[in-house]
Design a protein around this ligand. Structure first.
Ligand SMILES: Cc1cc2nc3c(=O)[nH]c(=O)nc-3n(C[C@H](O)[C@H](O)[C@H](O)COP(=O)(O)OP(=O)(O)OC[C@H]3O[C@@H](n4cnc5c(N)ncnc54)[C@H](O)[C@@H]3O)c2cc1C
Length: 400
C-alpha cells in the first residue's frame, strides 16, 4: 500500500517548525544574512519548540518523532533560510542520531541528552583543509597514551564550529593504516570545545549560508579520554558514512523548502510585474520556469519521503538518500537560478530574497557529498559496482 498522507503527529511537527520559521527567521533574515550574523533568538526558539531533539527517544530528552517529521521540519526551516536547516542537519543528522545509534549508554547520558534537550549544541568534524571528498586523506591523529588519546589536527568548513559545545571528530588511531590509506584505521571521538588545546574560528566571506556559522577547529595535543571513543577503534569511517546518510536526508528535504520558496517568490512577482501590457505570468517562458519549480519540488519530495520511509522501518537507506540529496540539490540550484531570472534585474539585488536562495543553493551541491560524488554513487549502484551491505548498527526504529 502506498500512503502519501501525513499523520497528525507529523503535521503537528511541521506546523511547529513552520511557526518558528515564519515568526523567528523570516522577518529579519535579510538583515542577518547581510550582516553575516546569527539571529540570537534562533537557537533558544528551536530549543523551546523541542526542534533540536528530533527522532531522539523521550528517555534521552528528545521529541520521539519519526524521520518523516524530521524531513518536514527541514523543509520548513529551509523555506525560511538554509542556515536554519543546517542546524538540524549537523546537530541531529550528523551528531545526535549517530550518537544514539553507535555510542555507549554513558556517552548518551553525558552528550546526547543535553543535545536533544537543546541545552548544548553539537556538530560533526570530518573535513580538513586538504581533504573533503577524500575522507581517508584526513591528517588528524589520535594516538593512544594510557587511558587517553592525544589528538592533533585541523578541521575546516565545519558548520557551527564556532557555536557548538562539542564535536563528533574523526582521526587516525592506527598510523600504519593511515600511511596505507586503509579506512579501518580511522576512529570517531566526542570532543568538547572547552578542553585544553581545542580552538575554533569562524570563516568569513562565504558565498551563502551567511546567517549561519561555518568555521574551523584546531586540536593541539588535546587529551581525549578513552571513554570518548565512539563504538570502537577502527569504526570511524563506517560511523562517518552513517552520519552522512542522516545529514544528507535533511539536506534533501531542506532543498525542497528552498525550491518551494523560489516558486512562491516567482508566483508573487509574476503576478505583479508587467511587460508588454500584461503580467509576466502570461508569458509562456516564464510559466516554463515556474512549471519546472513545481515539478522539481514534487519529485524531489517523493525521493526524500522514500528515504524517510526506509529510515522509519530501520532499513538501510544509503542509495535512496544519496539519490534524494543529489536530485533535490540539483533542482534547488536550477530553481534558484530561474527564480533570479524571473525577477530580472530585481533578482540581481537583495531587495528580493531570490538572490539569497541562489547563493544558498550552491552550498548544498558541495557539502554532504558533492554533486559529482552522488552521480558516481548512483552510477555504481546501477552498474553493480556498489551495494549497501549491512552495518554493525542500524538506525533505531522510531515512534510513528
Ligand atoms: C557551507 C558548508 C558547510 C560544511 N559543513 C561541514 C561540516 O559540518 N562538517 C564537515 O565535516 N564538512 C563540512 N563541509 C565540507 C564539505 O563536506 C566538503 O566541502 C565536501 O565534502 C567537498 O570537499 P572539498 O571542499 O574538499 O572538495 P574536494 O574534495 O577537493 O573536491 C573538489 C572538486 O573535485 C570533485 N571531486 C573530488 N573527488 C572526485 C572524484 N573521485 N570523482 C569526481 N569528482 C571528484 C568534487 O566533486 C569537487 O567538484 C561544509 C562545506 C560547506 C561549503
Amino acid at each position: 500500500m502506498i500512503d502519501f498522507s501525513f499523520t497528525e503527529n507529523q503535521l503537528a511537527v511541521r506546523d511547529m517548525a513552520r511557526e518558528v520559521a515564519r515568526k523567528i527567521i523570516i522577518p529579519d533574515i535579510a538583515e542577518f544574512d547581510r550582516a553575516q550574523k546569527i539571529n540570537p533568538t534562533l537557537y533558544p526558539a528551536l530549543a523551546e519548540a523541542n526542534l533540536l531533539g528530533f527522532c531522539i527517544p523521550e528517555k534521552y530528552g528528545g521529541l520521539g518523532t519519526d524521520y518523516i517529521s524530521l524531513g518536514l521540519a527541514s523543509e520548513e526551516l529551509e523555506y525560511a533560510d538554509t542556515s536554519a536547516r543546517v542546524i538540524l542537519s549537523v546537530h541531529i543528522g550528523l551528531f545526535s542520531l549517530p550518537v544514539l545509534t553507535w555510542a555507549s549508554e554513558e556517552q548518551k547520558q553525558k552528550y546526547l541528552v543535553p543535545a536533544a534537550k537543546g541545552e548544548k549544541i553539537a556538530t560533526f568534524g570530518l573535513t580538513e583543509p586538504a581533504a573533503g571528498t577524500d575522507a581517508v586523506g584526513i591528517q588528524t591523529t589520535a594516538v593512544k597514551s594510557g587511558d587517553q588519546y592525544i589528538m592533533n589536527g585541523e578541521k575546516m568548513w565545519i558548520s557551527l564550529a564556532d557555536v557548538a559545545d562539542y564535536f563528533l571528530a574523526f582521526a587516525w588511531t592506527d598510523l600504519d593504516k593511515k600511511k596505507k590509506r586503509d579506512h579501518t584505521g580511522l576512529s570517531a571521538f566526542i570532543v568538547e570545545k572547552g578542553w585544553e588545546g581545542v580552538s575554533t574560528a569562524t570563516i568569513h566571506g562565504k558565498l551563502g549560508v551567511r546567517a549561519g556559522n561555518t568555521g574551523s577547529i584546531a586540536f593541539q595535543d588535546v587529551k581525549v579520554p578513552a571513554e570518548n571513543l565512539v563504538f570502537k577503534e577502527g569504526a570511524g569511517f563506517k560511523i562517518a558514512m552513517f552520519c552522512l546518510d542522516q545529514g544528507r536526508y535533511t539536506v534533501a528535504a531542506g532543498s525542497c523548502g528552498l525550491i518551494k520558496a523560489c516558486r512562491d517568490a516567482c508566483v508573487k512577482y509574476s503576478k505583479e510585474r508587467q511587460t508588454f501590457g500584461v503580467n509576466i505570468e502570461q508569458h509562456q517562458l516564464v510559466k516554463q520556469m515556474i512549471a519546472n519549480m513545481e515539478a522539481g519540488y514534487e519529485y524531489s519530495t517523493y525521493l526524500w519521503m522514500k528515504a524517510g520511509w526506509l529510515k522509519n522501518q530501520s532499513l538501510r537507506s544509503t542509495k535512496a538518500t544519496s539519490l534524494a540529496k543529489w536530485i533535490a540539490c540539483r533542482e534547488a540550484e536550477t530553481a534558484a537560478a530561474n527564480a533570479v531570472q524571473v525577477h530580472g534585474a530585481y533578482g540581481f539585488s537583495d531587495e528580493y530574497p531570490v538572490e539569497r536562495y541562489y547563493r544558498n543553493a550552491k552550498g548544498s551541491s558541495i557539502y554532504e557529498g558533492t554533486r559529482e560524488i552522488h552521480t558516481l554513487m548512483q552510477a555504481d549502484y546501477a552498474l553493480g559496482l556498489r551495494q549497501d551491505r549491512p552495518l554493525d548498527r542500524d538506525l533505531p526504529e522510531v515512534e510513528q
